[in-house]
Design a protein. Structure first.
Length: 241
């Protein structure tokens, strides 16, 4: 790859407690470069979200190694996250899980801006980010409940990108949206990621959207990556039905 690699995952395995333990991800390896969108697709239960959460440090990998900008990704815990790891941001399927219902949206976008400043990035404003995601820049004082589901997802995207991430992990970010807005939001994410020079891991089961925005596609089944390559090749010659 010509661009700098922002994410390297090697032989990652994720297990969940149980009798016996549940093996969700087995020996998964992937790389993402700056400016690149990599899609991870597969049926429900294939391990896509577990990979996303491990990459973001939400789940602890039982085995393997995950590095972000060359540094180990440590799981989130009680202590505050290391500053350089704020360069990983995540957008979830349901924006309500990441937006505080008691705080104006402008304040929440400001949280991302502060994280960016803490890493020495250029300053920005909530108004700028609201405008970039297609919302009224004067809506910063409104509360999350005053917006539709699609608008709340745009707010979540604005907050994540305001942190000037080097890596955006998007876990089924459009599946809860109306069909009429899904492609628009996905293409918006791709455009903004390209603008800030970040990489994106885009988790989805919507192959039509993946075809439009992803440079490369990885296909998961049963916790493993069975197929990987440029999206056009995966689309034209699928090996896993």
């Amino acid at each position: 790859m010509t661009e700098r690699t922002v994410l390297q995952a090697r032989d990652v395995t994720v297990r969940y407690p149980g009798h016996p333990p549940v093996l969700a991800v087995r020996d998964v390896s992937l790389e993402i470069s700056a400016g690149e969108t990599v899609a991870l697709v597969g049926e429900s239960g294939s391990g896509k979200s577990s990979v996303a959460r491990a990459v973001a440090g939400i789940e602890k990998a039982a085995e393997g190694e995950i590095r972000f900008d060359g540094e180990p990704v440590t799981p989130l815990g009680i202590r505050r996250r290391a500053q350089h790891l704020t360069g990983i941001q995540m957008v979830f399927q349901d924006p309500s899980t990441s937006l505080n219902p008691r705080r104006p949206i402008g304040e929440q976008i400001e949280d991302g801006i502060r994280a960016a400043r803490g890493r020495g990035a250029e300053g920005s404003t909530p108004q700028e980010w609201l405008e970039r995601v297609g919302l009224d820049p004067h809506d910063g004082r409104k509360m999350p409940h005053q917006f539709s589901g699609g608008q709340k997802q745009r707010i979540a995207i604005a907050r994540a990108l305001a942190a000037r991430p080097r890596l955006l992990v998007a876990d089924e970010p459009i599946s809860a949206l109306d069909a009429s807005t899904q492609t628009a939001v996905a293409e918006l994410m791709r455009t903004l990621i390209s603008d800030v020079g970040a990489g994106m891991l885009f988790i989805s089961h919507d192959l039509a959207v993946v075809r439009r925005i992803a440079d490369r596609t990885l296909v998961m089944y049963g916790g493993r990556i069975l197929e990987a390559g440029p999206t056009a090749e995966i689309w034209n010659r699928p090996q896993q039905e």
